[in-house]
Design a protein around this ligand. Structure first.
Ligand SMILES: Cc1ncc(COP(=O)(O)O)c(C=O)c1O
Length: 382
């Protein structure tokens, strides 16, 4: 069905999702019940990781992941400038700094060949961002990390449902310490707000669970002091309330059942766009590397220059089609400039001027995709 308003992304909620949420609302436990455990187990199983810890957002997931690896004042993380600011903000929360490594223009993934030049004695964590849903080359990144004794956190906010070139699912965490996902409504599946961390390390898993809930330790076997006071519990670390509610987890469990279907639909839409753009020399789509199954959180095209790009955005807006720009290089944000960041990475700068994210979401039908396509062709005179 053709709609009047096509947005760049949105959630797909059906009656089974609504029923799942209503069941929790009618139960005794809105939070700290069994649904969070169930969701964690389902995500860990899906991704092929041993453990998962559900939290309140992708941002809180990044914050906890960095903190349990001991990131602190004076340390540095290495990541891509073309990401949502949360990837790096979470390092700043802990007093650390960011070394931005330029992207490969054709994929917008961090250029692995440039990582080693950015490593210093302060570097602690490498954070590859699986941009738009395309998985980074994790074997190469994990080799660099091992060589320099660094830790790795995958920012997979865009990439639930994606696979590496060897067919393993993003989130298996076989090549990293932890993988972080977001469940914001435009992501592969949603819990409203929410995030999750997958890991194969029992030690990291235990720490994440404690920090998620104020740093409080409930199990008496792990208490520092032995007490006979009923309900005795200890706060051993400075943690947070980053808990996911059971309402959110129930929605996540229900959504996860349709994840593969959602990703398949995103692939069909992106194939449709791609076939058209292959024939059009004035537009370039980002490359999808061979063998990597892409969740297509975003479908990004590049126009000839900033002027054309901006005009296309206005033209599509006039047709009630909203697009997006993902992203301005993080170091250009006023806050980062105020903190002394003076980076100018040529590929990231060029990308930012020419990129536009086209509408893509599971409920988008063929006629809507064709409408977007036809308007773009009309605009560029194809
Ligand atoms: C690459 C990336 N990292 C982290 C986040 C943060 O996730 P959340 O919005 O769930 O806090 C986002 C969200 O858009 C993102 O795109």
């Amino acid at each position: 069905m053709l709609t009047n308003n096509i947005s760049y992304g949105k959630q797909s909620i059906d009656d089974t999702d609504i029923d799942a949420v209503i069941d929790v609302l009618k139960s005794d436990r809105l939070t700290q019940g069994s649904k969070v455990d169930e969701f964690e187990e389902a995500i860990a199983n899906y991704c092929g990781a041993k453990y998962a810890v559900a939290v309140s957002s992708g941002t809180s997931a990044l914050h906890l992941a960095y903190q349990v690896l001991g990131l602190t004042t004076g340390d540095e993380i290495i990541t891509s400038p073309i990401t949502f600011a949360a990837t790096t903000n979470a390092a700043l929360y802990l007093g650390a700094k960011v070394k931005f490594v330029d992207i490969v223009s054709s994929t917008v993934l961090m250029d692995n060949d440039k990582i080693e030049d950015s490593i210093s004695s302060k570097t602690k964590i490498i954070v590859p961002v699986h941009f738009a849903g395309l998985a980074s080359d994790m074997v190469a990144i994990s080799d660099i990390a091992t060589k320099h004794n660094l830790r790795v956190v995958e920012d997979a906010a865009h990439a639930l449902g994606s696979r590496y070139y060897n067919g393993k699912k993003v989130g298996c965490s076989d090549y990293s310490d932890m993988t972080v996902f977001s469940f914001h409504p435009v992501k592969s599946i949603t819990t409203g707000e929410g995030g999750i961390i997958t890991t194969n390390s029992k030690e990291l898993y235990d720490k994440l669970k404690i920090l998620r809930s104020h740093g409080i330790v409930r199990d008496s076997a792990d208490h520092k002091y032995k007490s006979t006071v009923p309900y005795y519990h200890e706060m051993q670390y400075l943690g947070y309330n980053y808990r996911m509610t059971d309402i959110q987890a129930a929605l996540g469990i229900s959504q996860l059942k349709r994840l593969d279907k959602f990703v398949k639909r995103r692939n069909l839409i992106s194939n449709f766009y791609r076939i058209n753009f292959l024939e059009n020399s004035k537009v370039n789509a980002l490359e999808n590397l061979d063998g990597r199954y892409n969740s297509y959180h975003l479908f990004v095209i590049l126009l000839e220059d900033i002027d054309k790009r901006n005009k296309l955005i206005s033209f599509l807006e006039s047709k009630k089609i909203s697009t997006q720009i993902h992203y301005m290089p993080v170091y250009k944000h006023p806050y980062y400039i105020d903190q002394g960041y003076t980076d100018f990475l040529p590929n990231a700068e060029d990308y930012y001027k020419r990129c536009i994210s086209l509408p893509i979401y599971p409920a988008m039908d063929d006629s809507e995709a064709k409408l977007v396509m036809d308007y773009i062709n009309e605009f560029i005179g194809f």
